[in-house]
Design a protein around this ligand. Structure first.
Ligand code: NAP
Length: 301
């Protein structure tokens, strides 16, 4: 694999933080791609973007998310590392189209929310591919909502294989660290089951909450409920009210892990319903005491 030194004509540069300056390509300039671009540029790297629509690239330049943008892959000719930030459904076709234009040694990495499918289908297309998942997001999508610092203190999961060149892993890890993310290495299957519990299941639970609330037959009560909804409802409905395409992709590409989590959730909900039906208040309190103790294991209070 060529060293960065060679790629930069024997003149390695370092930014203020001491990181090696790279030319970073981003394909798919939406929430995640745009937010990465903002942070990488702020970190002193040069960022080159490829968008599907020309207008998105123009917006990305105007926002300072990229130095240069195009709808053609040729613009990525000098990139050291390329982030694939399209929706999961477009990733395999995008990488297959991109690969013939790449120099040997260019590192490809993705940001997809599912890793098993990516590692099976996309990773084999390029030997310097490192699977990745920066675990930050928002309800909105698109370049307009990209923001600096989105990944600070968030988990950034990497899923290299035994065949992944160590230098490729090191380059992606360096960039993920520069976002001030917390780095985790794991197997793709472990990642997919873990995110099924804490990310994909919550999307469907939250969506089912929103859908259930519309089943109120009395219009006056429905209107009153909407007027009374406050912080608790905002918290519990947030991820169910997000980007529908993203939710479908999670279910489509992480089906088995999600079904396993959904089955456990349904059984738990049935148990709670039974306790309410039987007026088993002591049993219900015991469950809620347990969940109160469990929550800090997942999220800091
Ligand atoms: P997004 O805001 O909708 O942006 C996706 C971008 O990809 C769009 O700007 C669009 O570009 C481009 N695109 C859409 N369809 C395409 C296609 N068929 N071919 C080529 N480009 C296409 O989505 P996002 O939230 O950034 O998600 C992108 C990736 O990040 C996904 O793989 C997702 O799994 C992952 N991810 C998302 C989150 C999250 O919470 N949102 C968190 C972590 C990881 P144009 O504007 O040019 O059409």
């Amino acid at each position: 694999m060529p060293k960065l030194l060679d790629l930069h004509q024997n003149k390695p540069e370092f930014c203020e933080s001491g990181f090696l300056v790279m030319i970073i390509g981003i394909v798919g300039l939406g929430l995640i791609g745009g937010s990465l671009g903002l942070d990488f540029r702020a970190g002193g790297h040069r960022v080159v973007g490829v968008s599907r629509r020309q207008r998105t690239g123009e917006q990305a330049i105007a926002m300072g998310a990229v130095d240069e943008a195009s709808t053609e892959f040729e613009v990525l000719g000098q990139a050291d590392v390329i982030f694939i930030c399209t929706p999961l459904g477009a990733m395999a076709a995008t990488v297959a189209q991109l690969v013939p234009t790449l120099r040997p040694g260019v590192v490809l990495t993705d940001v997809g929310s599912v890793k098993g499918w990516v590692m099976e289908t996309v990773a084999p297309l390029w030997p310097w591919f490192v699977g990745g998942h920066p675990m930050a997001g928002k309800a909105e999508s698109g370049i307009e909502v990209a923001q600096p610092g989105l990944f600070v203190d968030c988990a950034y999961v990497l899923t290299p294989t035994e065949q992944t060149p160590p230098e490729a892993i090191a380059r992606v890890e360096q960039l993920a660290r520069s976002l001030r993310s917390r780095i985790f290495y794991c197997q793709p299957e472990e990642h997919d089951q873990a995110v099924a519990w804490i990310s994909h299941l919550p999307v469907l639970v939250s969506a089912s909450l929103l859908a259930a609330c519309t089943q109120e037959a009395e219009p006056a009560v429905q209107t009153l409920a909407q007027s009374l909804a406050s912080s608790g409802f905002r918290d519990t409905s947030r991820v169910g009210g997000g980007n529908p395409e993203l939710g479908v992709m999670m279910a489509r590409y992480n089906t088995q892990a999600l079904l396993r989590s959904l089955a456990a959730y349904r059984a738990t909900l049935d148990g709670l319903m039974q306790q309410v039906e039987q007026q088993d208040w002591a049993g219900l309190e015991a469950v809620l005491q347990q969940t109160q103790q469990i929550r800090p294991r997942f999220v800091a209070s």
